[in-house]
Ligand binder design. Structure first.
Ligand SMILES: C[S@@+](CC[C@H](N)C(=O)[O-])C[C@H]1O[C@@H](n2cnc3c(N)ncnc32)[C@H](O)[C@@H]1O
Length: 369
């Protein structure tokens, strides 16, 4: 017998994904959860310390939300959401900032956020899931805290793999490199192969080419998320002078900011750019809605991309809700939720990898549960 009788019917009818009950640590606005549920994985609980995550997390996902630090989260908080599911999974994407290029130089090992990965390890020890997944920035793999994380998983009997992927290979209209870890107590596990054919990319035009045109400072009447930041007169002139894929180097001298005229600023060209219609977008940051914050100019309209466009480039569905209808949209908060999210399609690829692994193990002759 491969599994207990009560579950065999679900397996026969191709519903293996529903055997997995997942808790999402550091759940944010739900990018990872939305991807996992889109492939049928049953996510029961998301945990985050930021109250602004609760609305988008619960309004778009039929999942409970616990406002709590993972540091204070107990195994009891999690175990009750695992119920009696045959397969338990802990998913999590600890905050990336301690490991990003920008912050690395300024931080040392006493930064308290580093220890959140240790808290993830603690919860794996205490709740004994069958499956674990973690997503983070590629630089994390150079850090001791990551070595300790996967070494401890192996010591606990997990098969572990990790690799850096480009989200554009998994149907996300964005160049975004991320480190993915998958771990299973059921046996060797792997990440599914890229889903978009070699050389084919979903482009900015495919993703946002059909949205209502906007001017800088304008808001779409039918979608408050489709609003573009206002531009100062000088920034309006700058974007008018910007070419898709170009930078401030294309501008007349009088438009160039003082900091870029200095020798030290001359090499820093990855700000004040327009996106290119026929390519995936650059990596969405938490401040993608500002023209001066990266290459976030619209390919042909004279403005930075809107919050909705940023969310779509992170592969959130076009109607994903981030704030209640009767409240105004805070760009800073919503930009942070979107920029920090795991792209939904990457979450789906992680989910498919796990489901495919579980199916293979169920087909094998070994008893796994
Ligand atoms: C990279 S984001 C997670 C994105 C999320 N997985 C998604 O797909 O939308 C990291 C999250 O960790 C949360 N966070 C930071 N410190 C935390 C803590 N001590 N306990 C719980 N959540 C925390 C942040 O509020 C943020 O939402």
């Amino acid at each position: 017998m491969l599994v207990d009788n009560q579950w065999s019917e679900r397996i026969r009818s191709g519903e293996s994904a529903s055997l997995i009950r997942c808790v999402d640590l550091f759940c944010g606005a739900g990018g990872l959860t939305h991807g996992l549920t889109s492939v049928g994985i049953n996510v029961g609980l998301g945990i985050d310390i930021d109250p602004s995550c609760e609305y988008p997390y619960t309004a778009n996902n039929n999942v409970s939300f616990l406002l709590k630090s993972v540091k204070d989260t107990t195994s009891a908080d999690i175990s009750k959401f695992f119920d009696d599911a045959p397969l338990r999974m802990l998913a999590g994407c600890a905050p990336c900032q301690p490991f990003s290029y920008y912050s690395r130089a300024r931080l040392n090992s006493s930064d308290r956020r580093w220890h959140l990965l240790e808290q993830f390890s603690r919860l794996v020890r205490e709740t004994t899931p069958h499956l674990v997944t973690m997503e983070n920035v590629p630089l994390l793999q150079r850090e001791d805290v990551f070595s300790s994380f996967h070494t401890e998983l192996r010591q606990q009997g997990f098969d572990v793999i990790y690799r850096v992927v480009n989200c554009a290979d998994y149907g996300v209209p964005q160049q975004r490199k991320r480190l993915i870890l998958l771990a299973s107590r059921l046996g060797p596990i792997s990440l599914i192969a890229p889903e978009t054919p070699e050389g084919y990319r979903i482009t900015v035009k495919d993703a946002i080419g059909n949205l209502v045109p906007l001017k800088a400072g304008e808001r779409c009447s039918s979608d408050s998320m489709h609003q573009a930041c206002d531009l100062s007169p000088i920034n309006l002139q700058r974007i008018q002078a910007s070419k898709p894929g170009g930078s401030w180097r294309d501008w007349d001298e009088h438009l160039i900011a003082k900091c870029h005229r200095k020798k030290s600023g001359r090499t820093y060209s990855s700000v004040y750019g327009r996106m290119v219609w026929d390519k995936p977008s650059p990596t969405m940051t938490t401040q993608f809605y500002g023209f001066g914050n990266g290459r976030f100019g619209h390919p042909e309209q004279d403005r930075a991309i809107s919050l909705r466009e940023g969310a779509i480039l992170q592969s959130f569905p076009v109607n994903y809700k981030f704030t209640p209808e009767d409240t105004s949209v805070c760009k800073r908060t919503v930009g942070r939720l979107i920029g920090n999210a795991v792209p939904v399609k990457l979450g789906a690829a992680i989910g498919k990898s796990i489901v495919s692994h579980v199916e293979k193990r169920l087909e094998s002759k070994e008893r796994i549960l």
